[in-house]
Structures are given as structure tokens and as C-alpha cells.
Design a protein around this ligand. Structure first.
Ligand code: ADP
Ligand code: MG
Length: 155
């Protein structure tokens, strides 16, 4: 599929009904991840971004606790199969802060980059990445989540 900007996109969605299912979905995504992969992660507060991030970490073989890096913007985990660069850009006021952190070494490095609240930094996202968006639908139950995955850009 080609979007209105002429950028190739493929798209699929899955539904989960428990945090364990969301965790397992993220885990199997991480097991297939390759060096340099960038995954953006968007969704409202309490939707399951941290659950998803923990699944990604587990799938990379990272054993330590992964929390919301809320006050640090970037947390790096190096004990897994690939390094994990876990960003939470919720509190970024100015994209220049990302330069100071050295985000390019992560986005264009040999690890897996996971960016929570990436919708806040569209101008510095790479030309190809995987977008993950988690949504609730309370009509379908309290634990229901729709996970929308899009492959943006690429060859
Ligand atoms: P966020 O990081 O997006 O603010 P969290 O991952 O911290 O959200 O919290 C998500 C909450 O929703 C957790 O309490 C989790 O147990 C709960 N939850 C219920 N159903 C699901 C589901 N299907 N997927 C993910 N989390 C779920
Ligand atoms: Mg969180």
C-alpha cells in the first residue's frame, strides 16, 4: 500500500484480551527483531505501552526489570541478544533534547530502538520503522486492546 505521501506502508492489527497476550505478542516481535530496527509505540496512558515494552525486552533476552523510563527519556539495556534503546519522549519539550541524548547513535545503530510517545517527535523518525499503536475499546471489555502495526517506509 502507498500512502498519500508516496511512502510504502503495510498494515495489520491484532486484538488482545489480557496483559499476558499483549506481552506475548511483543515478545515474539522482539524474537524476530534485527539490528537497527526502530519500533514506535503510541497509545494513551494506561493502554499497555509498558506491558508491550516488557515483552520486547523479554523477547530480546533482557532479564532485568523494564519500567517506564519516564524521568530519563532513554534507558539502555545491553544484556540481551541485541541492545535495547528504550526511549520515552513524553517529556521532550524540544527535539534538540534528542540531539543532546545522542539519539542518532541509537536509531541508526545495531540495536533495537523502542520509542514511546514517538508521535511527539515525527520530524526525527527514520525513513523506515515499525509503528505500533495500542487502543482500548471499552465496549469490547476492560482488558480488550487493539494493536495496530504498520511498516512505514522500507524498500
Ligand atoms: P502505559 O505504559 O501505556 O501507560 P501500562 O502498560 O503501564 O500502560 O498499563 C497497562 C495496564 O492495563 C496494566 O495494568 C495492564 O495489566 C492492563 N491491561 C489490561 N488488559 C490489557 C491488555 N490486553 N494489554 C495490555 N495491558 C492490559
Ligand atoms: Mg508506561
Amino acid at each position: 500500500m502507498i500512502d498519500s505521501n508516496g511512502i510504502a506502508q503495510t498494515f495489520y492489527e491484532i486484538e488482545t484480551n489480557s496483559p499476558e497476550e499483549t506481552f506475548a505478542f511483543a515478545k515474539q516481535m522482539a524474537e524476530k527483531a534485527e539490528p537497527g530496527d526502530v519500533i514506535t509505540l503510541d497509545g494513551d496512558l494506561g493502554v499497555g505501552k509498558t506491558v508491550f515494552a516488557q515483552g520486547i525486552a523479554e523477547g530480546l533476552g533482557i532479564t532485568g526489570a523494564v519500567n517506564s523510563p519516564t524521568f530519563t527519556i532513554l534507558q539502555i539495556y545491553e544484556e540481551g541478544r541485541l541492545p535495547l534503546y528504550h526511549f520515552d519522549v513524553y517529556r521532550i519539550a524540544d527535539p534538540e533534547e534528542m540531539d543532546e541524548i545522542g539519539y542518532e547513535d541509537c536509531f541508526y545503530g545495531n540495536g533495537v530502538t523502542l520509542i514511546e510517545w514517538a508521535q511527539l517527535i515525527p520530524e526525527i523518525l527514520p525513513s523506515s520503522y515499525r509503528s505500533v499503536k495500542i487502543e482500548k475499546d471499552l465496549e469490547k471489555g476492560f482488558d480488550y486492546r487493539k494493536i495496530i502495526v504498520k511498516e512505514i517506509g522500507g524498500e
